[in-house]
Design a protein around this ligand. Structure first.
Ligand SMILES: [Zn+2]
Length: 327
């Protein structure tokens, strides 16, 4: 049966484009999600790839547009749904949270059609996801004021779906995998919602700050690996010799404002007490030093160097290395 999302209607051997209306602003201007549907001529699963659930993480949108320009529908099996921006009230203001209700849309699932706007939007997305998707890839970055190395996240709730998600995570061409336990408070993410619906999923983290060609390259590596692993695209997905599994870490929030001075690099693995960064006030005094709270802490996100930072923003994410393993 042909997939239809908003005005986009799949036709075998083509890439359909359209929009899904999901509400309106105070002045009546519509809030609409851009939708691509790439349809193969052969049967296969439906893979759902989305960007900008955090609106300032625009690298995902760029990569989905690139995917849909270059995808070979002649050899494609099944369907790839591409949603470059699933959170316009956050994207339009280059913000991590929604400018309508202040919500972080990647913490509100299972959402609620009777809730504030992000919850209404989340409910529409969850419904379409459940109706169409066999696999989900959610694209993220460090946003504008922070950067991340390239890594992949999967949700581990000890289910069979989690096992499939982990297997997918190993085939996106990255060698660092963040295993997020449900108990870790991430149950409001869209990938947790996918898990509740038995849809295997991965979250991809790449870049941040200025979008560079290497970031596009890494996103495309991950997307192409994912689509091979799902069986949508022919060919063997990449395999790494060894995977570093990280887990149980924390977002590190600074207590003083100022300019953030980096004392490490993203992807570094720091000992306990190792320097992460400092806050310098506008009189040139260092007002706070931030150090690694753990041993073997993988720096999964870091504020951009010299970036103006309020107290309580995310200065860094430090996630302990849990294990190293093969495929
Ligand atoms: Zn994000």
């Amino acid at each position: 049966m042909a997939i239809e999302i908003g005005t986009a209607v799949a036709k075998p051997g083509t890439v359909a484009k359209g929009q899904l209306r999901v509400g309106s602003m105070a002045d009546g201007s519509p809030i609409a999600l851009p939708v691509f549907i790439a349809s193969g001529r052969k049967d296969g699963p439906t893979a759902w790839i989305e960007g900008c659930i955090h609106g300032e993480e625009y690298g995902g949108a760029v990569s989905i547009i690139e995917l849909m320009k270059t995808i070979d529908v002649g050899t494609l099996r099944g369907t790839v749904i591409g949603l470059p921006c699933i959170n316009p009230p956050s994207f339009n203001f280059r913000s991590r949270v929604s400018m309508i209700d202040g919500q972080n849309m990647n913490r509100i699932f299972p959402a609620n059609p009777g809730g504030s706007y992000s919850l209404q939007l989340g409910a529409v997305l969850a419904e379409h996801l459940g109706k169409h998707a066999n696999f989900l890839m959610d694209l993220h970055s460090g946003g504008i004021g922070a950067e991340v190395p390239s890594y992949v996240i999967y949700k581990d709730d000890s289910s069979a779906t989690a096992e499939s998600s982990k297997a997918l995570a190993k085939r996106v061409g990255f060698d660092t995998i963040w295993r997020v336990k449900e108990a870790g408070g991430m149950g409001g993410t869209i990938t947790a919602e996918a898990s509740r619906r038995s849809i295997p999923s991965v979250t991809i983290e790449v870049g941040g700050g200025t979008f560079l060609p290497v970031h596009l390259e890494n996103y495309m590596t991950a997307i192409n690996g994912f689509l091979k692993a799902t069986g949508n695209v022919p060919g063997e997905p990449p395999v790494k010799e060894r995977y570093t599994i990280i887990s149980d870490g924390a977002f590190i929030h600074n207590h003083e404002g100022g300019l953030f001075l980096q004392d490490c690099k993203v992807g570094d693995i720091l000992p306990k007490g190792g320097p992460i960064g400092r806050l310098m006030n506008l009189l040139g005094d260092v007002v706070e030093e931030i150090r690694s709270p753990y041993n073997q802490a993988y720096i999964a996100a870091l504020r951009c160097d010299k970036y103006p930072t309020h107290a309580g923003e995310i200065a860094a994410e430090a996630i302990p290395v849990e294990s190293r393993e093969g495929l």
